[in-house]
Design a protein around this ligand. Structure first.
Ligand SMILES: C[S@@+](CC[C@H](N)C(=O)[O-])C[C@H]1O[C@@H](n2cnc3c(N)ncnc32)[C@H](O)[C@@H]1O
Length: 247
């Protein structure tokens, strides 16, 4: 899978894209990331990428022409169609289902806004969709782009290798993950649940399933309404509700 990121600040991506899972996915050639500095697509001596807003008001707006040229350049490098996404607080709110949807794309181009945002004609004529990473306003689209690249990358088959599968993470099945423990079995009198030390795989599996259901019920009941549960999971859920009427 290939991501092309159009940004005014390519160096922001250096740390996060050069460590851990993303680094290994790039080394294994499962993932390609290409950063494009928007200033390289300007034509004036000052390499201008923004201008004052029509109609007045404070701040600056990112110009349409450099974005147009950057997109044309990137698309020329690609052998197949790309999905073009503008990072924007006004877009569809990113979640695990959207990450799965994007994982099926071969090429994704992410455009990072700055200042007061991007000339509306970018949204109207140049992008397939806008994505927001949540209901708050960031200073730029770069961190949002990193969030999307990270969440999508860990879903690409082969990326997590021998590590726990992404299918076991929170949200994958519409449930929150169960609690995790590691050694020591006891610290400051705080003990790891006995069942996890029992070696009884059947019991451990049941405990984990029950914990996933309990946590989701306690913290995100909205997710449970949409989750597809097996008859066994439905039974566990009923038992959990009966055992704690406050839930
Ligand atoms: C300061 S924001 C502009 C916000 C714009 N004035 C508005 O209220 O919609 C600058 C850029 O940061 C990015 N951005 C800010 N918040 C974001 C969010 N929640 N999700 C994705 N991108 C975001 C967008 O690319 C945006 O163009």
């Amino acid at each position: 899978m290939r991501f092309d990121i159009i940004t005014l600040f390519p160096s922001i991506f250096k740390g996060p894209f050069e460590e851990s899972i993303i680094k290994r996915a790039r080394q294994k050639n499962i993932l390609e990331i290409h950063l494009h500095n928007l200033r390289d697509f300007t034509t004036d001596a000052h390499r201008t990428t923004d201008d004052v807003p029509f109609g007045g008001g404070g701040g600056m707006v990112m110009k349409v022409e450099p974005v147009y040229r950057a997109l044309a350049y990137v698309k020329k490098q690609l052998k197949e169609e790309a999905k073009v996404i503008l990072l924007s607080p006004q877009g569809r709110t990113f979640n695990q289902n959207i990450a799965l949807e994007l994982m099926r794309q071969k090429n994704i181009i992410l455009i990072c806004g700055r200042y007061e945002g991007v000339d509306e004609r970018v949204r109207m004529y140049l992008v397939d969709e806008e994505i927001s990473i949540g209901d708050y306003v960031l200073s730029g689209g770069e961190i949002a782009a990193m969030v999307i690249v990270d969440a999508v990358t860990r879903l690409i088959p082969g990326v997590l290798g021998n590590e726990r599968s992404a299918k076991e993470d929170s949200f994958y099945r519409g449930l929150l993950d169960y609690p995790q423990y590691t050694r020591p079995a006891e610290f400051m009198g705080w003990e790891v649940p006995e069942v996890l030390r029992s070696g009884n795989h059947q019991k451990i599996k049941e405990w984990r399933t029950r914990k996933m259901l309990e946590r989701t019920l306690q913290r995100r009941p909205d997710l449970l309404r949409k989750a597809r549960l097996s008859p066994e999971e439905k039974r566990y859920l009923e038992e959990i509700k009966k055992s704690d009427p406050k839930l």
